[in-house]
Ligand binder design. Structure first.
Ligand code: TYD
Length: 231
């Protein structure tokens, strides 16, 4: 069973490699912080000490990792990050901005590795006690452009980045199918738009979502104020 956090705001960024998630997550973090919100910026894999060890294994270990083992490694990282970092922050009423979450597993291990997407999603929901984001921003980019951006920025690829173009095309299609299935949770943006325009569209949607979330958790003492009044 899936649930949303009762008090804080949980926002996730998704997209293929090279889609600009980290830049937008940083800009959104700065904007919310400037408004006086307490913001935690985290990522998967590798949002915790244990997660950093798991990240090293899942991205850089030499040799084959079985597909289900890979899915479990990401799920283990996620379980620990949500239990020890994200849930405590949401319970404090913070905004959590996270690079990648369960949709990454459904897109990469499901559509990419061709595991059953429903099983991969259920595994993540089990790992996290059913936590879903209030909003997921999908930065959509065709696989070829993503590759070109990465090639310009990298000297070495990790295990997933190193996959063939068809893999990354399946990942992209997987993401778009997820967004189509949950249009209320997803904001899909064309990642080739200028950085500042993307940031502005994201801010607008976050303001709306924050307002909704604050009315839902109404009248609870200490509820955090809505975001973005007039900004
Ligand atoms: P990321 O940290 O976004 O990569 P980078 O810092 O190199 O931009 O993610 C690392 C890789 O892990 C990325 O190729 C996507 C992959 N991944 C999955 O396959 N499944 C998952 O559940 C997650 C969270 C990431």
């Amino acid at each position: 069973m899936a649930e949303r956090s009762a008090s804080g705001l949980f926002l996730t960024f998704e997209g293929g490699d090279g889609s600009g998630k980290s830049t937008q997550a940083r800009l959104l973090t700065d904007w919310l912080t400037a408004q006086g919100r307490s913001v935690l910026h985290t990522r998967e894999p590798g949002g915790t000490d244990l997660g950093l060890e798991l990240r090293d294994i899942v991205l850089h270990r030499r040799g084959h990792i079985a597909e289900r083992a890979e899915a479990l490694l990401y799920a283990a990282d996620r379980a620990h990050n949500i239990a020890t970092v994200v849930r405590p922050a949401l319970e404090r009423g913070d905004v959590v901005i996270q690079d990648r979450y369960l949709d990454s597993s459904v897109a990469y291990q499901g559509a990419g590795r061709v595991l059953d997407p429903a099983e991969v999603r259920d595994l993540s929901l089990w790992a996290t006690g059913g936590l879903l984001p209030h909003l997921t921003i999908l930065l959509d980019l065709d696989a070829r452009t993503g590759r070109e951006r990465l090639a310009a920025a990298r000297t070495r690829y990790d295990r997933l980045e190193d996959e063939q173009q068809e893999f990354h095309e399946r990942v992209r299609a997987g993401y778009l199918a997820l967004a189509a299935a949950e249009p209320d949770r997803f904001l899909v943006l064309d990642a080739t738009l200028p950085v500042e325009e993307l940031a502005e569209r994201i801010r607008r949607r976050v303001s709306t979502v924050a307002e909704l979330a604050s009315t839902e958790s109404t009248e609870s003492p200490g509820a955090t104020p809505p975001v973005g009044g007039g900004a």
